[in-house]
Design a protein around this ligand. Structure first.
Ligand code: SF4
Length: 349
């Protein structure tokens, strides 16, 4: 898996964010430069590429024909590169989820069914004070269209609690939005003033103890949704891109299409040979943060290839009834997965 920066800076000026001041105006790399780097990454063995930007879906790169490409068109072009099997992008702003980008989730299978789409708050009053330039309902309609295009899409978001002026009613609106969306994972924070931003000098800062209470309530709800989403995967078989050794000996960790970390037992030989492989895993366990399972390698493959036997852990044989079929979680089900991108890219949009 590899990251490819396609866009930097931001013109949105959310009232809590330093990016427009520290990183400057939005800049998109030309299409040809992005495609050339994607080809290099693929040639070096990257199967999965995550396109990065502080406000990545504001991408508007200059193309060779003199036109300008948005992120949807760029994703389609990267998907055509030989060797690329999975595509992701982060971090997105709801206002930049245009028709073409939503459509690509529905008709380009290499675009993974997972999207980090920060909403920050469910209160229109707070969203306006944050200068997010959309309402809670606008966000819900985007989620609806994404799920129409790709019914199994898993969603994640950032939330800020205790933004200046946030009332109990505003916070209740955030909990309602979370309940309505059903997140697979999320990142939630107490508001903390960033020097030089408009919100930092607002008079009605929320007391620390109120922020703490609200954050605990929000995280309890988000944690329950993440656990439910992950549990819904138990008993299914998911394609997992095995990326690195796990914390425990004899274990590899990879990613499901829904950005869940998946822990898989393998032999010492398997640890070396299977890193970088995209394999079906029969999911057997789930927590709020990750999944565990066994390679769903067919018994006959092991029988035909003695080396395949060597790749499995003693207790890592295919589970009874495991198949190679891929079954996504139930539609609209909520997942949790660790961060998928460097913090500098993830915290934006
Ligand atoms: S939060 Fe995101 S969209 Fe808003 S100003 Fe910062 S980088 Fe831009």
């Amino acid at each position: 898996a590899a990251f490819l920066s396609i866009q930097e800076g931001c013109d949105k000026f959310c009232s809590f964010c330093v990016v427009p001041y520290t990183r400057g105006a939005e800049f998109s790399r030309p299409v040809a430069a992005v495609l050339a780097e994607a080809r290099r990454l693929a040639a070096a063995g990257a199967q999965e590429i995550t396109l990065l930007g502080q406000n990545v879906n504001a991408y508007h790169g200059a193309a060779a024909d003199g036109g300008t490409w948005g992120l949807g068109r760029l994703l389609r072009a990267v998907a055509e590169i030989e060797g690329i099997t999975r595509l992701r992008y982060t971090t997105s702003h709801p206002r930049d989820m245009d028709d073409e980008l939503i459509a690509v989730h529905g008709d380009e299978p290499k675009v993974m069914p997972y999207l980090h789409l920060p909403v920050q708050s469910g209160s229109d009053r707070v969203l306006a004070a944050m200068n997010r330039q959309h309402s809670a309902d606008d966000y819900l309609r985007i989620v609806e269209r994404l799920r129409l295009a790709r019914p199994d899409i898993a969603l994640s978001s950032d939330f800020i609690v205790g933004f200046p002026g946030e009332t109990d009613a505003d916070f209740a609106a955030t909990l309602r939005l979370v309940t309505e969306v059903g997140y697979a994972q999320a990142y939630s924070f107490k508001y903390s003033p960033r020097p030089g931003t408009p919100a930092a000098v607002e008079a009605d800062q929320v007391p620390e103890e109120v922020k703490t209470e609200r954050l605990a309530a929000l995280q309890q709800l988000l944690g329950a949704q993440a656990t439910a989403f992950n549990r819904a995967c138990v008993g299914k078989t998911l394609p997992v891109l095995l990326e690195r050794p796990g914390r425990k000996a004899g274990q590899l960790v990879g990613r499901s299409p829904y950005m869940q970390s998946v822990h898989v037992p393998v032999s010492a030989v398997g640890q070396g040979r299977l890193t970088g492989a995209l394999l079906d895993v029969a999911i057997e366990g789930a927590t709020a943060n990750s999944l565990s399972g066994r390679l769903a390698m067919a018994e006959d493959l092991v029988a035909e290839d003695p080396l395949a036997e060597d790749l499995l852990a003693e207790d890592g044989r295919p589970s009874e009834g495991a198949t190679a079929a891929v079954s996504p979680p139930a539609e609209g089900g909520p997942a949790r997965a660790p961060e998928q991108a460097p913090t500098s890219a993830r915290i934006s949009a």
